[in-house]
Design a protein around this ligand. Structure first.
Ligand SMILES: [Zn+2]
Length: 432
């Protein structure tokens, strides 16, 4: 079975991502470099992408010129640091000017990602960049003896996979406990036998946590499992406690974003190593926010990009016990996975993302919103635009599909976008 999946993986990768194998080999070779060697490689690649962006991206050419930075003439890290930060709004609004000409690439993939405000960023990712990103994940797997062709359980939204149907059921019951119990009585036995074959569990950490809660005491045998990987959300200590108990593994952090790629991957010794081959990381001293330059994104450069997360970096002198010398992100402090509390149930804050994403796709309405919870069973959704009857119906109708015991109050015209830092779609004011 696993040989078949390996064959499938190789066949698919050769067609879709022919450069993945070279990238993976390169990554395996460079992971053992010394700290100084990694720094050098990192800065050389930074120079390379800056030169490329200066030559081919109208947006960056202009930006660099405005501060007198010409990577061909006066390259230095000091000069580089004169470039103003790139914001997500730049990536969205200056999208065309940021893109480099498509003729420069054999193949590009169309990518779409939703921001916290419901605004959608789209761009083209060239084949090498896409393959590098997959190779970086593959390398992370390799640290745990796992492979990309291993059986996985995903907690995303819409990817198709061997576990698509299973996963969709999971999505359902993680947002609705009642359906969960129906599911349990009918199909849990089958689910249990499937789970016993899974080697990798990955996705939103709050959902991995929910699954663990569900499986607690069920005596599912997870002895095939090699890796439990959490992305996109903060992993709380109480998640780890139950993950270890149920899966026999802690949740390993993969830190990245669609536009920046894999920024860091946690090693078996528990430290998040920066992906030095793929990103140049700085920290904004004003707000401790991470600033990322993607070193692989030639089709859509993001240079000195303010991702919106706060991080804590380990001192340069710190060395991880695993032997790899890549610098360490101690913690991503700015991502919050708080729950929305109904009268009887709780819901992941991601539910809001699905509600507004559905509205966008079904009704082509981009709605800037921020939800606040001050009281259990009640949710205030702040909306920037004037609230009409039509808009109210649209939001309430979509919300009802997910929330069964929450009263929703829509409030008009709050200028929540003026806040500094990352715009969060949900803020809980409850103490728990
Ligand atoms: Zn390590």
């Amino acid at each position: 079975m696993s040989r078949f999946h390996k064959w499938l993986f190789f066949r698919g990768a050769k067609r879709r991502n022919p450069s993945i194998f070279n990238h993976y080999e390169d990554l395996k070779r460079t992971e053992n470099l010394s700290f100084e060697e990694l720094k050098l490689l990192n800065e050389n690649r930074l120079k390379e992408i800056c030169k490329f962006a200066f030559k081919h991206s109208l947006f960056y050419k202009e930006r660099f010129k405005n501060v007198g930075f010409d990577p061909d003439e006066n390259w230095s890290i000091e000069e580089f640091k004169k470039i103003p930060f790139t914001q997500k709004s730049d990536l969205i609004r200056q999208n065309e000017e940021i893109h480099t000409p498509k003729e420069l690439f054999k193949k590009r993939f169309f990518v779409e990602t939703s921001g916290t405000s419901g605004e959608i960023l789209t761009f083209f990712r060239d084949e090498s960049w896409d393959s590098f990103n997959r190779a970086a994940i593959w390398r992370g797997y390799s640290w745990f003896g796992a492979n990309p062709w291993d059986r996985k359980l995903y907690f995303w939204g819409y990817n198709s996979d061997f576990f698509k149907r299973l996963k969709l059921s999971m999505m359902d019951f993680t947002v609705n406990r009642f359906r969960l119990f129906d599911y349990e009585s009918k199909k849990l036995k089958r689910l249990e036998s499937k789970l016993g074959k899974v080697k990798i569990i990955e996705g939103y950490s709050s959902m991995i946590y929910e699954l663990a809660l569900l499986m607690e005491g069920k005596e599912v045998n997870f002895n095939q499992l090699k890796l439990v990987k959490g992305t996109s959300e903060k992993v709380f200590p109480h998640y780890q406690e139950i993950a270890k108990k149920v899966y026999g593994h802690k949740i390993v952090n993969e830190y990245g974003s669609t536009e920046s790629g894999i920024i860091a991957f946690e090693c078996p010794d528990g430290n998040m190593h920066i992906n030095m081959e793929g990103v140049y990381v700085e920290q904004d001293p004003d707000d401790l926010g991470i600033v990322v330059t993607n070193l692989q994104s030639f089709s859509f450069p993001s240079i000195r990009y303010k991702l919106g997360d706060q991080i804590q970096l380990a001192p340069d002198s710190f060395r991880c016990s695993c032997g790899m010398q890549g610098p360490i992100i101690v913690e991503v402090t700015g991502r919050i996975g708080k729950k929305i509390l109904g009268k009887h149930q709780s819901y992941p804050s991601l539910t809001l993302y699905y509600i507004f994403k559905n509205i966008y796709f079904n009704s082509q309405r981009k709605i800037d919103f921020q939800a606040h919870q001050f009281e259990k069973g009640k949710l205030e959704i702040w909306i920037k635009e004037p609230i009409t009857e039509d808009l109210t119906n649209l939001i309430l109708k979509e919300s009802k599909k997910y929330f069964s015991d929450i009263d929703i109050l829509l409030l008009e015209n709050h200028d929540f976008r003026q806040q500094s830092g990352k715009l969060r779609d949900f803020i809980s004011h409850l103490p728990f």
